[in-house]
Structure formats: C-alpha cells, structure tokens
Design a binder for this molecule. Structure first.
Ligand code: GLC
Length: 399
C-alpha cells in the first residue's frame, strides 16, 4: 500500500461542505461530524499539499465559538443525524478538546504564508486561549483544568478512573454510562467551569497543559507577526507560567503526572501522558534521556512490537485488545500520541527513535489499514474504519 497516496485519498473522501463551511470527518461511519483536535491534525497534514483546504478546516472549527471563547469539541453540522454526545447546546458540544488550534494555524501559515488568513483568524484564536486561562483556572494556579475526560481526547483512559470512580476492569458500556452520568452533572452545572470542576470532575491533565504551552508559544509567534503586542505578551507570559506550574505541581520523580481536584491528588496510572511534555520541551535533556531509555523504549512498559502503548503493560488496567464494541484508550496504539511522541523525540535530537515511530506507524497502516487504534501486541486494527489520524504519518518525515 502506498500510505501517502492512501492518506491523501482518505482526507479527500472524508471532506464535507455544509452551510458554506468545509471540514473533514474523522471517519465516515462512526464520526460523521467535525471534531476539534481532529480538525487541527487535518489542517497540519493538509498544510503540506492543500493550504486552502487547511485554512478552511480551521475556519470551520472556529465557526461555532461560544460567546465566552470556548471552541466546542464537536460541531454536528447536519441536523437529524443521531448525536453521539448530546451535551446540551444546539448543534455543538459544550466541551472542548486539547488546544491544538494555534499550532495548526501557525503550521499552515509557516508552510504557505498568508497574513490575511492569520489576521482573520487571530481574534477568535486569542479569545479561545483567554477562555482557557481565565475560566479553566479559577484559583490562578496557572494550570488549565478539564471538566470531562472527553476534553483530553482520551475518553476512557484509565488516567481518569480515580476521579470517575471507575473500576479497573470496567466494560465499554459501563464506561460510557459513567461519562454520560458526568455529562448530566456537567449539564446541571451548566458547563460553568468553576462549578463543574469543584463539584464533579477537575483534572489538571499533563498532555492538555503541555499542548497548551506549545500552542501559547505558537500564538505568541502569530501575535508577533501581526504586531499585536498585547496578545504576544499574554501568550508568552502564560506559556512560561503554565510551564513553571507544571514543573512545580505536576512533576514527581522524573516524570510529569496529572492531578485531580483541589488537593492535587496524583493520577499515578502510567500512561503515554508522561511523554507528552517532550512535545513542548518541558523535560531537561537528562530527564528526557532517562525517560526515553527507561520508559518509552522499555518493552515491559510502553515499547510494544507494533508501537507505543497508550498505557503501560504493567498496569492492571492495560487491555491490548481494546473492546469489541469500539475504540479504547486503555492500552491500544493511537496515531496522535505517535505523532506527539515523534515531534517530541525530534525536538530532543532522537532521530533514530523518531524514525522508528514513523516506521511502526506506516507498518500498522500497511498491515491493518486506516483504523482508529491498534492492538500493540498483534497490530490488529480496532474501532472505526477509514479513520483520518493515520494520515499524520505525512507529518512524520523529518527524521
Ligand atoms: C474518539 C477519540 C477522540 C476523537 C474522536 C473523533 O472519541 O477518543 O480523541 O477526537 O473519537 O475522532
């Protein structure tokens, strides 16, 4: 299989036009809507060969921004299709997803400079990051909270079992029921971050905050390019503040660990989350060396024959085969974490290891096709078919 041409074909096939907006659905059958971080990935990939489509994808993702600045994680676009998640607001969810927007916008501009595009999108972008900093951090601790596991993009990750009170051997249906219950709670607190976080679910998640740091830096570049001094100051200041707060409050024994609630209860389940800070350069070179050698490349924890496990094999929650009903973040390999890890490894100069991640990603696509996730031990595909994230291998070509 020529993965590059298959990836381009898939993005074309999953492209939709509704109400004057153009976007790409992650999978035709399972995910017939627009998802926020998926659209950022699509834009990063499209930036390489179709900058106009990349711009349209991001315009569309920002088109249903809330008055308070939140950018919803799903836009349903077509009425009448069964809603997978009905979070309460007409036509969109009321949650967000990892804040990859500024990175994607800057990447599109970096590859095909277009000041008019940056100018038109900048106010919405700035409002989104201000929302995260101002509304999702009510105690000014400089760590942004999520109010539901789906905001992490890793919906059923065992990282969230403690705050959700989920047992280690939870089934697919039971997990969905727990999250649906939480959505009812989120609706009861009207998605007001402070109320929802204090009463129901408040996680200061490592990947979300690491991604935020790198995106605030991208926002800083955009603001500087547009000579928006205030925005540049805001972005660079908060990138520093979040990075220092992560070090102070989420760093333990050489690794970054997510935390829950007002008391920062540590969420110690070992997941790929500990590698996400490589993407933002938050580990020192020595720390990164230990992390890469003793964890990432350790076959008994994360390094599997078919890729990087999203959960360490040592965890009781590790479930390589996922669920017959659909996707799982309880161990299977996903292409987005592969991409973040690839970028992180390159940042620290681990070229051989980065190209190994790419080779494993390509091998999975060749073996099992563009599936949602994969069994790390056998390479068998799981979840949705025709899933776009495999196209991220197009942005793994620099090692
Ligand atoms: C699943 C994934 C989430 C993704 C969505 C659409 O819910 O967990 O990260 O955004 O599918 O692809």
């Amino acid at each position: 299989m020529d993965v590059v041409s298959e990836a381009k074909k898939l993005l074309q096939q999953n492209r939709r036009n509704t109400d004057g907006y153009q976007y790409t659905v992650p999978s035709e059958d399972r995910y017939p809507y627009q998802w926020l971080w998926d659209s950022c990935f699509h834009a990063i990939i499209l930036a390489q060969f179709d900058p106009e489509a990349a711009q349209e994808e991001l315009r569309s993702a920002l088109s249903r921004q809330f008055p308070n600045g939140l950018v919803p994680h799903i836009i349903y676009w077509k009425p009448g299709i069964l809603h997978l998640f009905d979070w309460g607001v007409e036509g969109t969810s009321s949650l967000t997803q990892p804040p990859m927007l500024a990175y994607a916008v800057w990447e599109v501009h970096r590859r095909s400079p277009d000041p008019a595009f940056l100018e038109s999108i900048y106010p919405a972008l700035l409002a989104y990051y201000k929302f995260l900093i101002e509304k999702r951090d009510p105690r000014d601790h400089h760590l942004v909270g999520i109010i539901n596991p789906d905001e992490s993009g890793e919906d059923d990750s065992p990282r969230f079992d403690a705050p959700l009170s989920a047992p280690p051997d939870i089934t697919f249906a039971e997990h969905l029921a727990l999250r649906t219950e939480l959505v009812k709670d989120n609706t009861a607190c009207q998605f007001d971050a402070e109320l929802c976080m204090r009463n129901y679910f408040w996680v200061k998640d490592v990947p979300f905050n690491a991604i935020l740091v790198e995106n605030l830096r991208a926002l800083g570049h955009i603001a500087s390019f547009l000579k928006q001094g205030d925005g540049e100051h805001f972005a660079n200041l908060h990138a520093e503040l979040v990075a220092s707060a992560m070090r102070e409050k989420l760093f333990d024994n050489g690794v970054y660990v997510s935390a829950s609630g007002t008391d920062y209860e540590r969420l110690t389940v070992e997941t790929w989350a500990q590698f996400a800070p490589l993407f933002a350069g938050l580990y020192t070179e020595d720390e990164a060396e230990t992390l890469v050698r003793t964890r990432l490349l350790d076959p008994d924890s994360f390094y599997a024959p078919f890729g990087i496990r999203t959960v360490s094999r040592q965890e009781s929650t590790y479930r390589a085969a996922g669920y017959p009903e659909g996707y799982s973040w309880r161990g299977p390999v996903w292409m987005a974490p592969h991409w973040f890890i690839y970028r992180g490894l390159l940042r620290y100069g681990y070229k051989t290891e980065a190209s190994d991640i790419r080779a494993k990603s390509v091998a999975l696509l060749e073996r099992s096709g563009f599936r949602e996730c994969f069994d790390p031990e056998t390479g068998v595909g799981q979840g949705a078919h025709g899933f776009t994230w495999g196209a991220l291998v197009l942005d793994m070509d620099e090692a």
